[in-house]
Design a protein around this ligand. Structure first.
Ligand code: MG
Length: 248
């Protein structure tokens, strides 16, 4: 872990792996699109899917999206897209043909969701985002509730064997095996990605799992924004800077 000031802008993408093929893994929120007041208010360039598919062909197919959103939700914003992608923090995985691989994902228990709904009912400043395989509690409009939300989430996690994921003004309950690093590891074992150098680009705390696994597999991480500390090796200032760097 090093302070942000020591992280440089990365060299050009194809120079990052010293001539070896690069496999690129991209987070979505805060990386490809700017964070909005609430998760449904993001502004997505209308041709983003096409631009990503072009990038994928430049990389001979070695590009995957790795998002905290569900795959259905990603499709809602991107339209049909022929890209490998992992959703719900990595537990839903499909190849570019849309065919799922890996163990099937499961919803979190109904009783956990009921308790979370009750907590939100008495704290109306919170926004509950019920996901297919998890539940997110957003406290962007009530930052003073952070500690209380976190304590509540930890209680639910221990009662139902779930895991707490922290993000920017959000706490999320998911199954313990839902993490972006596991998704990257799974993709790297497929013929499409095997043997390449993994580069993961993300912005949030949950992306640290991805940075760690990219490093373990001989690659590296690039963080978007100012968050510290981080396992990323390089830094880009914003989604706009990322688009320029990727020529997206
Ligand atoms: Mg993100």
């Amino acid at each position: 872990m090093e302070p942000i000031s020591s992280l440089n802008t990365p060299p050009r993408l194809l120079c990052l792996a010293e001539g070896r093929p690069v496999a690129l893994f991209l987070d979505f929120d805060g990386t490809l699109v700017a964070i909005a007041e609430n998760p449904s208010a993001i502004a997505v360039p209308s041709d983003l899917a096409v631009r990503l598919e072009e990038l994928e062909s430049r990389l001979s197919g070695r590009l995957a999206l790795v998002s905290g959103r569900s795959l259905d939700n990603l499709t809602h914003y991107l339209g049909p897209i022929a890209l490998a992608r992992a959703g719900s923090h990595g537990i839903e995985r499909v190849g570019p043909d849309g065919v799922a691989f890996g163990p099937p994902a499961a919803a979190i228990p109904d009783r956990a969701l009921e308790e979370i709904s009750r907590f939100v009912a008495v704290n109306p400043a919170l926004l509950l985002e019920a996901k297919k395989y998890g539940a997110a509690l957003h406290f962007r409009s009530a930052p003073q509730l952070e500690k209380e939300v976190l304590e509540f989430a930890r209680g639910i996690a221990s009662d139902f064997d779930l895991e707490v994921k922290r993000g920017k003004a959000v706490v999320e309950l998911v199954w313990p095996d839902a993490d972006k690093g596991s998704a990257i590891r799974a993709f790297m074992q497929t013929p499409q990605f095997a043997g390449a150098v993994p580069i993961f680009i993300g912005d949030d705390i949950t992306d640290e799992d991805g940075f760690r696994v990219a490093r373990e597999l001989g690659g590296l991480g690039i963080i978007v924004g100012d968050r510290v500390p981080t396992l990323a090796r390089y830094r880009l200032g914003s989604p706009a800077e990322l688009y320029r760097w990727l020529e997206l």
